[in-house]
Design a protein around this ligand. Structure first.
Ligand code: ADP
Ligand code: MG
Length: 598
């Protein structure tokens, strides 16, 4: 680390700690407190919106819930603020569970619209309820006190506020660097990939919705005891939008961006409030108009906000280290990790019976029947549009068959969701790769190990999951070694070549400990050497008793590898047999040559 890097490591925290001790006007400390309170809300939004892709306009209302709870309890019932905090967090969390249970299942623009509805509903509730003082709100809220010391002065509250920011930051940084954190990060890529890794997307969306709401509730508690009076106006929709701006301007891709965004938006707003009336000679809310223009300018310049720029400057003095590193040696307990028993060779593993899939009038899969046995490599081939990927989606529960049935290990799986099918031992890759491009190759592969661990969000946030985490990361790194991607383990997955990304998907699928592995065009985009390595890997997996079903166009690749080929055309099975039989099959040749033969 360079000297500048070391100096910054000391100077940045020192600035935060010494700030209230500087001979600055009290007003500046108050501004610092507000930035901290906003940052807590924005941190929750980075988790919710930036990482989890769930956009919420309702955060200000959750701040209000936290503020009103402690305000009401302390002014009407004389309850200590230190009890008002857990009460506020419980209430915010509870309301978020209720709101979330009907909201987070929504997709597209319905979800943000629903949060607007929640935000408005709560806002009007605050202003309407008699016992909350209607639009006048509640006044005379006591200041915090700790061990007899009164914390009313902004300089003292500063410590409480920024310790809260630091705590939230620590918890979230821990959370994101863990098994549940990877599940949350997977959410942004839609539902199909995470569910195929066994991740319960509805549950994790709910988790971050509640976590973000509770952080907003914490901010509200701080606000109530700093401001000492609450009324509905700061908890309206406009503030909900402003919180989103803070997260977006700072940079939704990084937690640190939330702090930056809160500081920048607050700072710019204050400056505009001071300077605009002088410049324009008018009063009014013109600063909002200018602020809006500034935000749009930032967005046009960089969709990831301001943080990436700061991170680049930081990287100059302090070269980036991979943040997630697997243990160099086998961690204790690694051998005990649950591994599925392999069925006896030759036993039927997968049985597709008369399965059909209709998309409206289009019959994509038409009464397909075939089997895959234990330790067998089966190629599923056919011209483009034959229905091969749709067949994969039927087997893995992404789609439900219109009719027919699919059995795995004798059990019907066509009525199960993806996540329950992978839990039974069906791993897959995707024809169009689905990964989280910003995350490292290692972390992407570790997503496949989701069901091999059990740590929850709280354990992870408190860093009590390290033993299990070491095992999961070791598994991921060992699997990467197997597929030959060790060298690129710490690179962002998005920077890999398409061929390597496909190989990454195979490693990820292998981490699910499959009995049956479904590979959708794994050799597409691979160079000859890589294809040979892939063929060797698949042959080795077969030797270990795994069954593999491969969709592939490269016949040379399949001919030497597959035990059997199943040929589809227009959704229908047209031939089945050994590669040698299929090579000389008239019907198949006609299908591939299309109208030419006819
Ligand atoms: P293959 O993988 O063999 O190239 P697909 O299974 O992707 O073929 O597609 C089979 C047919 O089903 C194609 O005509 C395709 O356009 C159609 N199809 C696939 N998925 C959908 C969908 N979700 N909605 C409507 N049509 C689809
Ligand atoms: Mg396909």
């Amino acid at each position: 680390m360079s000297f500048a890097g070391k100096a910054l490591r000391v100077l940045v925290p020192a600035w935060f700690i010494l700030f209230p001790l500087l001979p600055l006007p009290e007003y500046w400390v108050t501004v610092g407190n507000y930035i901290g309170m906003y940052a807590i809300v924005a941190l929750g939004l980075v988790l919710l919106t930036g990482v989890g892709a769930v956009t919420s306009f309702a955060q200000a209302a959750f701040v209000g819930l936290g503020a009103y709870t402690t305000a009401y309890l302390s002014t009407r019932w004389g309850v200590s603020p230190w009890l008002g905090l857990p009460a506020g967090l419980l209430l915010t969390g509870g309301v978020a569970v209720l709101a979330g249970s009907v909201t987070v299942r929504l997709s597209g623009y319905f979800l943000p619209l629903a949060t607007i509805a929640w935000g408005l509903a709560l806002y009007y509730l605050f202003g309407t309820l008699e016992f909350l003082g209607r639009y006048n709100g509640l006044t005379g809220i006591p200041a915090l006190s700790l061990a007899g010391a009164d914390l009313a002065a902004p300089r003292r509250m500063y410590g409480v506020v920024w310790l809260s920011v630091a705590l939230c930051l620590w918890l979230l940084l821990n959370l994101l660097d863990s098994r549940p954190g990877r599940a949350v990060r997977a959410l942004a890529s839609g539902r199909v990939m995470p569910e195929a890794m066994g991740i319960d997307t509805a549950r994790y969306r709910m988790l971050i919705f509640v976590a973000a709401a509770m952080m907003a509730g914490l901010s509200g508690w701080l606000y109530a005891h700093l401001q000492r009076t609450v009324s509905a106006s700061p908890f309206g929709l406009n503030m909900g939008i402003e919180y989103l701006f803070m997260a977006v301007v700072g940079g939704v891709s990084s937690l640190w961006g939330a702090v930056l965004g809160a500081a920048v938006i607050t700072g710019v707003k204050i400056q505009l409030q001071d300077w605009l009336p002088l410049l324009l000679g008018t009063e009014g809310n013109l600063e909002i108009v200018v602020l809006g223009a500034v935000i749009v300018a930032v967005m046009i310049h960089s969709r990831d906000g301001l943080w990436p720029w700061v991170a680049r400057q930081w990287a100059r003095v302090q070269p980036a280290q991979p943040s997630v590193v697997p243990p160099a040696q086998e961690p204790p307990g690694f051998q005990d990790m649950s591994r599925r028993p392999r069925p006896a060779r030759g036993q039927v593993v997968l049985e597709v019976g008369e399965a059909s899939k209709h998309f409206g009038g289009l019959v994509a899969v038409n009464r397909m029947s075939f089997q895959v046995k234990a330790g067998e490599v089966v190629g599923l081939i056919g011209p483009n549009g034959a229905g091969k990927s749709t067949m994969f989606n039927l087997i893995t529960g992404v789609l439900r068959p219109t009719s027919g049935e699919i059995r795995f290990g004798g059990e019907r799986i066509d009525t199960l969701g993806s996540r329950h099918i992978v839990a039974r031992g069906v791993g897959r890759s995707f024809q169009h790769v689905r990964l989280v491009p910003q995350l490292s190759v290692l972390e992407n592969v570790a997503m496949g190990a989701h069901l091999r661990g059990s740590s929850g969000a709280l354990r992870a946030a408190l860093r009590l999951d390290r033993r299990e985490e070491a095992r999961l990361l070791y598994l991921a790194s060992e699997t990467l070694r197997r597929v030959g991607l060790t060298d690129v383990m710490h690179l962002p997955a998005g920077s890999l070549s398409l061929g390597q990304q496909r190989t990454l998907e195979i490693a990820r699928a292998l981490c699910t400990d499959p009995t049956l592995l479904l590979l959708d065009e794994p050799a597409a985009g691979l160079r000859l050497k890589e294809k040979q390595a892939l063929a060797a890997l698949i042959a080795q997996l077969r030797k270990e008793g795994m069954s593999v079903l491969i969709v592939e166009h490269d016949m040379d690749f399949l001919m030497g590898l597959a035990d059997r080929l199943v040929v589809m055309e227009f959704g229908t099975l047209i031939a089945e047999g050994t590669p040698a039989q299929i090579q000389n099959n008239e019907v198949v040749l006609a299908a591939y040559l299309g109208g030419v033969a006819a």
